[in-house]
Design a protein around this ligand. Structure first.
Ligand SMILES: CC(C)(COP(=O)(O)OP(=O)(O)OC[C@H]1O[C@@H](n2cnc3c(N)ncnc32)[C@H](O)[C@@H]1OP(=O)(O)O)[C@@H](O)C(=O)NCCC(=O)NCCS
Length: 187
């Protein structure tokens, strides 16, 4: 089942990042990275065509309270997002019906790829979900063509769960893989 989530008052800090709820003032930073080709494409969404489109999605982030903004400490810019989405995909809903968790999804500004920033953010969110919120599991998926995201899940200790066909926000289908990380509470 889906764990309850509300990140609106949560702040997580890593060596290089602050993870906190999205704010209206983040709009320019969001549009700056979300309009770039290749950022959304690997995650199943089109580059934002206008700042109004980014604003709509930013408002949704604020209302839904399940997505962190990633702030790069060095320049105080918002450079990415990390969401705790529903884990109740039909392919696994029975398996995870009686334990609580979420599926993580993330995207990072292309200017910051390859510095290990998303694994750093994901590890902080794992710690928050497992130690603070006592989730039982986290899921994470990626398209087969997305080797960058595969490396993130590997670096963060997830295990392969299932081959999947994902429905994208562009109304297409993509072959991919779903991974799981269980909370081993007694370790
Ligand atoms: C997936 C993503 C979040 C990875 O974040 P990151 O902080 O760059 O992750 P890492 O630095 O650990 O790099 C992961 C892999 O990306 C690859 N990579 C690194 N720099 C790269 C670059 N400039 N261009 C393309 N790939 C690159 C490398 O294979 C790296 O693995 P390695 O460390 O074993 O060499 C980021 O690439 C991204 O936002 N992609 C677009 C959105 C997306 O795919 N979201 C996930 C949907 S499932």
């Amino acid at each position: 089942m889906d764990a309850i989530v509300d990140v609106s008052n949560v702040v997580l800090e890593t060596e290089r990042l602050i993870l906190r709820a999205w704010k209206k003032e983040d709009l320019n930073d969001f549009y700056e990275y979300a309009r770039v080709e290749d950022v959304g494409n690997m995650a199943g969404w089109m580059p934002h065509a206008s700042i109004e489109e980014s604003e709509k999605i930013l408002n949704m982030f604020i209302e839904e309270k399940k997505t962190f903004a990633l702030v790069y400490k060095e320049n105080n810019k918002v450079i990415g997002s990390l969401g705790l989405e529903s884990s109740m995909r039909k392919e696994v809903s029975e398996e995870f019906a009686n334990i609580k968790g979420r599926e993580i999804g993330y995207a990072l500004s292309k200017d910051y790829w390859g510095k290990g920033l998303m694994p750093e953010a994901v590890k902080a969110v794992i710690e928050y979900c497992f130690k603070d919120q006592q989730y039982d599991f986290l899921l994470c998926g990626h398209f087969n063509r997305n080797h960058q995201s595969r490396r993130v899940v590997e670096k963060c200790g997830f295990s392969f769960l299932k081959d999947m066909v994902f429905d994208t926000r562009m109304n297409t289908k993509e072959d991919g893989k779903l991974y799981v990380l269980m909370n081993k509470k007694d370790e």
